[in-house]
Design a protein around this ligand. Structure first.
Ligand code: UDX
Length: 442
C-alpha cells in the first residue's frame, strides 16, 4: 500500500521505516528541509539501534523516500499518518497546534478527484482529538472530499523501537467506519499480532491509559523501595516475589531514580489534565508524579548525608540519556540529578556512551565536564553515581574503577551493578531499596 507519514521524529521515522520493511511504499514528510536533506543522504537525526541500516536498505529498494512536499504525499498515498509532536503546555494540557496545522495542510491537499483517504493519528493525543481533526478537515477541505479519521496509537519504546514495531504485543485501531477499519487491517496484515478493533475515542484513551499505568507501576515499586530502605528489606527480591504473579508481572518493576523521557512525564500530565476537563479527575496519577519527584530527592539527600558537603566534591556520573540504548535526554533524571549536584557546587564529570552531545547541550550553563571514556570519568572522583541503566556500566571493571577513584563510594541509582562485585573491589555500595553494602560487612 502507499502510505504517507507526516513528521520524522522518533515515532514517524521508525514507523515509516518499519512499514517499508514489511513491503509498503512509504513517503516520510517533514517541514524541516535540512532534516529531510540529511535523511535523503543517509544521515540519521537520532540514534536508534538497527534503524540506520533499515533506512538505507529500504531507500535503495525504492520503498522509502523523504520529502517536504506534504500535498503531493497526500495525493499519492491512500493513508496519511500524522506523527508530529504533541508537547505539554505549562499547565499540563497537550499542545495540539502541530496536529491542527498538519490537519489543515492535509485538508488543503485533498480534492474529490483523488478519491478516498484515511487520516490516521499516530501521535499521543487526548481523547476527542480525532473528532477535532475530522472537523478541521471538513471545514477547510474542498466540498465532496471523501475522508475518515482513525486513531492508531504507537507503543514503541525508544532504544528498541524497531524491535517493538516489528513485534508488537497488539495493534490498536480506533475507527468509527468499517471501510477505514478494513483498510487499516490491510496495513497490518504482514504483522503477526492481535488487532484490537475499537471506536476512535477508546483507541485514544488506550494510549494515555497504558502509558500512565506503566508510570504508575514504576512509581509503585519506587514507593515500595523507600519502605524497603527503612525496613532493611531488598526491593529486588520484593519485585521478584510479586512479579512472578502473572496478574502483576515483573516488567516495569525496576526501582530506580524514577521515569523520564519524552512520553511518561508528558502523558501522565496530559491524562490528568484530560480527566479533570472531563470532570472525572485521576487524583491517583498526581501521587504517581509526586513519588517520581521524591525518588530523586531521596537519592540526593542520601548522597549529601554521605559526603556531608557537596561543594567542590568531585562526583562522577555514569549516564546522561533518560534510559539505555538512546541518545535522548528529554526529561532525563540523569540530567536533573547533574543540574542539582552542580547547583550545590559539586564538580561533576559525566559519561554516556551515546548521549554526550545531546547531554552537553541540555546541560549548557552547568559547570560539568563530559568525559570521552567511562574510566577517565571516574579519575579522582569522591563518589560514582550510576544514573542510566546502560549495560556497559553493569559490566564495568570495578577493580579498575576503584584504583582510579579518590574515595571508594558508589551510589547506584539504577540497581544495575553487582553489589558483591563492588564490595569485593573495596567499595561502599549504596543502591535503591536495598541495604548499603560495605567491605567490612562481607
Ligand atoms: C514509553 C512506553 O514504554 C512506550 O510503550 C510508549 O510508546 C512511549 O513511552 P519510552 O519512553 O521509550 O517508552 O521508555 P521506557 O522503556 O518505557 O522507559 C521510560 C522511563 O521509565 C525510563 O526513564 C526508564 O528508565 C524508566 N523505567 C522503566 C524505570 O524506572 N523502571 C522500569 O521498570 C522501567
Amino acid at each position: 500500500m502507499n502510505l504517507a507519514i507526516i513528521g520524522t521524529g522518533y515515532v514517524g521515522l521508525t514507523t515509516g521505516t518499519c512499514f517499508a520493511e514489511v513491503g509498503h511504499h512509504v513517503v516520510c514528510v517533514d517541514n524541516d528541509e535540512a532534516k529531510v536533506q540529511a535523511l535523503q543522504q543517509g544521515q540519521m537525526p537520532i540514534y536508534e539501534p538497527d534503524l540506520e541500516e533499515m533506512i538505507v536498505a529500504n531507500v535503495s529498494a525504492g520503498r522509502l523516500s523523504f520529502t517536504t512536499d506534504l500535498a503531493s504525499a497526500v495525493r499519492e498515498c491512500e493513508i496519511v499518518f500524522i506523527a508530529v509532536p504533541t508537547p505539554p503546555h505549562e499547565d499540563g494540557s497537550v499542545d495540539l497546534s502541530y496536529i491542527e496545522g498538519v490537519s489543515r495542510e492535509i485538508a488543503d491537499a485533498l480534492t474529490p478527484e483523488i478519491g478516498y483517504r484515511i487520516v490516521v493519528d499516530k501521535s499521543t493525543v487526548p481523547v476527542s482529538t480525532g473528532v477535532k481533526v475530522y472537523q478541521v478537515i471538513e471545514r477547510y477541505a474542498n466540498k465532496g472530499v471523501d475522508v475518515d479519521v482513525v486513531s492508531n496509537p504507537e507503543f514503541l519504546r525508544e532504544g528498541c523501537a524497531v524491535h517493538d514495531l516489528l513485534n508488537p504485543d497488539r495493534i490498536v485501531i480506533g475507527a468509527d467506519s468499517q471501510r477505514a477499519m478494513d483498510m487499516m487491517k490491510r496495513v497490518y496484515q504482514p504483522f503477526s499480532a492481535p488487532i484490537v478493533e475499537v471506536d476512535l475515542a477508546s483507541a485514544e484513551l488506550i494510549k494515555h491509559a497504558a502509558n500512565s499505568f506503566l508510570a504508575l507501576k514504576i512509581s509503585y515499586i519506587n514507593a515500595v523501595s523507600a519502605v524497603c530502605e527503612k525496613a532493611g528489606a531488598d526491593v529486588e527480591l520484593v519485585a521478584m516475589g510479586i512479579g512472578l504473579d502473572k496478574r502483576i508481572s515483573r516488567h516495569f518493576l525496576n526501582a530506580g531514580l524514577g521515569y523520564g523521557g519524552s512520553c511518561f512525564p508528558k502523558d501522565v500530565k496530559g491524562f490528568i489534565n484530560v480527566s479533570e476537563q472531563l470532570g472525572a479527575p485521576l487524583e491517583l496519577l498526581r501521587e504517581v508524579e509526586r513519588v517520581n519527584k521524591a525518588q530523586l530527592e531521596r537519592f540526593l539527600s542520601r548522597i549529601r548525608k554521605k559526603l556531608w558537603v557537596l561543594r567542590k566534591k568531585k562526583i562522577a556520573v555514569w549516564g546522561l540519556a533518560f534510559k539505555q540504548n538512546t541518545d535522548d535526554v528529554r526529561e532525563s533524571v540523569a540530567i536533573k540529578l547533574i543540574r542539582r549536584l552542580c547547583e550545590e557546587g559539586a564538580r561533576v564529570v559525566a559519561y554516556d556512551p551515546k548521549a554526550a552531545v545531546t547531554g552537553a547541550r541540555a546541560l549548557e550553563g552547568c559547570n560539568v565536564t563530559i568525559a570521552d571514556d567511562m574510566y577517565e570519568c571516574v579519575r579522582d572522583a569522591e563518589v560514582l553515581v550510576v544514573a542510566t541503566e546502560w549495560k556497559q556500566f553493569a559490566m564495568a571493571n570495578l577493580v579498575k574503577v576503584r584504583e582510579l577513584m579518590r574515595l571508594p563510594i558508589i551510589f547506584d541509582g539504577r540497581n544495575i551493578l553487582h553489589g558483591d562485585n563492588a564490595v569485593h573491589a573495596g567499595f561502599e555500595y549504596h543502591s535503591i531499596g536495598r541495604k548499603t553494602l560495605r567491605p567490612d560487612s562481607e
